[in-house]
Design a binder for this molecule. Structure first.
Ligand code: WT7
Length: 632
């Protein structure tokens, strides 16, 4: 993979220039570092209006041969996955490339034995254990499309995602650990499966000793299925453009969007960015703390690191268990070299006594990373000072579920960093800022909406079953561009700082949440007339959710009702959507056309009530004062 690495700042500018003037040649050099069963016949075909993007056309490959088989000859005994369990008393597991290859092949045969074929969708609802990685790779081995659903989502959320993709199988565990708690995943699945007629098989891995109810017609145990499975499983030949996986992300309206990622382009993009941003070297131990249920886990725990032949840490637990020193203890224990986490985790850990950090030797750290939302200066400075000891590079990586791989970031130790700025685009990425007249803003400094002018290999190809929505959401706001939904500014040197979403998506603790489905859920409560949900700044979570709701009967307003509303949200869409604040109001500020003015509510919630703009044109201007007066 030597030709992939950008080795100096000069090299960065040279490669960046080449990637703009000769994008196809640029990506060909990178793609040719991988194992293809048949080389592609055309590098790129694209049109952002349809939209249609294809990379490495007619190329044939299997991503698991690049993640596994390719490494066996030279370093089969190297640790591929270093698994650290939730409970500090349980022994960590070092799974070599050879072992992982064997387990993946065996489980791929289990899938086949259970009637899973190329193109079938398989839903994975699992904790952070090696079996999740094995199940994903086993799907990829035989060309089945995995759809990982974060194991914090509700049964309703699983149901919706399974029925959208018409999954034939669900893989889960009896229970999962989360800090001191155990959570019954299988029971949550059983609830969901009452309404999922396409699921014919459920494979259950026993993570704990607790027995769970099994449906004899449908449910089988992982351990029993794997017993007699052969470890010989030739990789299915996939087309470069065949879907590798679906991953759902929130939309600002309606149901979650099943982003579809390709096989060839995604492999090239995730691996190229992994190696360059983190500057991974052969014997490094790399740790990304994200959950595999999000894109960060797909690209930077599984596919990118494994294709690069890295040792990737998989941590089952949480940063606060058994105490707030867990991350730092694990860095010392496993001599972690690259550590990649989220601003919300940094802010939570920053609030704890510094002795939790100082107890441990963090000298192995060479690179720190952050992802998920804009990092505030205070958190950046703390990370830099206490974890990076004022010398370790920090990569602030901007990207999205839709982009598949990091788009804007410094390259650790190679290109300069700037606190709170994601900095420069990776070679191969062409960001632009657009103004309200949909024109590209040239020159610096500048501020506008962030869009991408040219395709890149790891971009999502469509929304599962809804190409029309794919076009509407990403390619219609600014014709001829991919629109990110983010606002950004650019300094004199061209460094980007992402300022946040410009749509109705709120990022809470790094989770990208659409407010519309939350509003719909609250509205379902029989006592609620209507509501508006907005985000407001929160010290640890970055943003938290605030709901304003009107009731049929004012006298129903009570703390009990607030609990009921939050329970309803937890049940319908998941605990991560719970509200921090609920204010019962006599009316919501609306335009004369009836549109709720969330902008005003956002200002009220964040305490910026001096400049609410002109409220006199509202349908009900008097309501604003009342809401301010009763603000929580
Ligand atoms: C949104 C995408 C990509 C992995 C995790 C989130 C925000 C992400 C940064 C960053 C500022 C960031 C953006 C983006 N975001 N990284 N480094 N600086 N903002 O994936 O759930 O698809 O969310 O997260 O608003 O649009 P996602």
């Amino acid at each position: 993979m030597k030709n992939i690495i950008i080795s100096s700042e000069k090299d960065y500018f040279k490669k960046y220039k080449k990637s703009v003037t000769e994008p196809e040649e640029f990506w060909e050099t990178i793609a040719s570092q991988f194992d293809w069963k048949k080389k592609w016949s055309k590098t790129l075909e694209w049109d952002f209006n349809t939209p249609s993007v294809k990379w490495f056309l007619n190329g044939k490959l299997n991503i698991t041969e690049n993640c596994l088989d390719r490494h066996l000859k030279d370093f089969g005994n190297k640790t591929a996955i270093l698994w650290e369990p939730n409970n500090p008393g349980e022994t960590a597991k070092h799974i070599s490339y050879k072992e992982l290859h064997r387990e993946v092949c065996k489980f791929a045969n289990v899938l086949k034995n259970n009637n899973i074929k190329k193109g079938d969708r398989v839903c994975l609802y699992m904790p952070m254990i090696p079996q999740l990685a094995i199940a994903m790779l086993a799907c990829a081995r035989i060309g089945a499309i995995h759809s990982v659903v974060f194991a914090g989502f509700s049964s309703k959320a699983i149901e919706g995602r399974i029925n959208d993709a018409l999954c034939k199988m669900l893989i889960t565990t009896n229970e999962m650990f989360r800090g001191a708690k155990t959570i019954g995943l299988k029971a949550i699945c059983d609830e969901a499966l009452k309404n999922c007629p396409t699921v014919k098989k459920v494979i259950v891995f026993n993570r704990t000793q607790t027995p769970v109810a099994m449906n004899p017609k449908r449910d089988v145990f992982w351990s029993e299925e794997i017993e007699n499975a052969s470890s010989d499983c030739p990789a299915e030949i996939m087309d470069s453009e065949d879907p590798l996986f679906i991953l759902y992300t929130s939309g600002s309206t309606g149901t979650p969007k099943g982003m579809v990622h390709s096989t060839g382009g995604y492999m090239v993009g995730s691996t190229y960015t992994f190696l360059n941003v983190f500057q991974y070297r052969t014997n490094d131990i790399y740790w990304c703390t994200a959950d595999i249920g999000w894109i960060t886990g797909h690209s930077y725990i599984i596919y990118g690191p494994l294709c690069a032949g890295a040792t990737t840490v998989l941590f089952e637990g949480v940063p606060s268990y058994p105490d707030y020193g867990r991350f730092w203890q694990l860095i010392e224990k496993h001599k972690v070299n690259q550590f990649y986490t989220a601003p919300t985790a940094i802010r939570a850990l920053e609030k704890q006594p510094i002795s939790f950090v100082e107890k441990y030797d963090l000298s192995s750290i060479k690179v720190l990373g952050t992802v998920g939302e804009p990092i505030n200066n205070e958190a950046w400075q703390w990370y830099h000072k206490y974890i990076g000891k004022e010398k370790t590079p920090i990569v602030d990586t901007w990207w999205q579920t839709e982009t598949g791989a990091i788009m804007i970031s410094s390259l650790a130790g190679i290109t300069p960093e700037k606190p709170t700025f994601a900095t420069l685009p990776l070679p191969g990425v062409q960001p632009v800022l657009l103004d309200d007249n949909k024109k590209e803003i040239v020159g610096n400094p500048a501020e506008g909406r962030l869009a991408i002018a040219f395709p890149w290999p790891s971009m999502a190809r469509t929304i599962w079953n809804n190409h029309k929505r794919f076009k509407e959401v990403y390619f219609s706001t600014f014709e001829g561009y991919y629109f990110t939904g983010d606002g950004a500014l650019r300094d004199e040197k061209g460094n980007y700082r992402i300022t946040g979403r410009v749509d109705d998506i709120v990022i809470v603790s790094g989770h990208n949440l659409g407010t519309a489905p939350i509003e719909n859920t609250i509205d379902e409560h029989p006592k609620v007339v209507e509501c508006a949900v907005i985000g407001f700044p929160h010290e640890i979570k970055g943003n938290a959710l605030y709901a304003f709701a009107t009731l049929y009967h004012q006298e129903d307003a009570s703390e009990q009702l607030k609990i009921e509303i939050n329970n309803l949200i937890a049940k319908e869409i998941g605990v991560i959507y719970k509200l921090d604040k609920i204010q019962f109001v006599n009316g919501l500020p609306k335009t004369r056309s009836g549109k709720i003015m969330r902008r005003i509510l956002r200002k009220i919630a964040s305490g910026e009530t001096t400049d609410l703009g002109d409220t006199s044109t509202l349908l009900n201007p008097q309501i604003v004062e009342e809401i301010i007066k009763n603000k929580i």
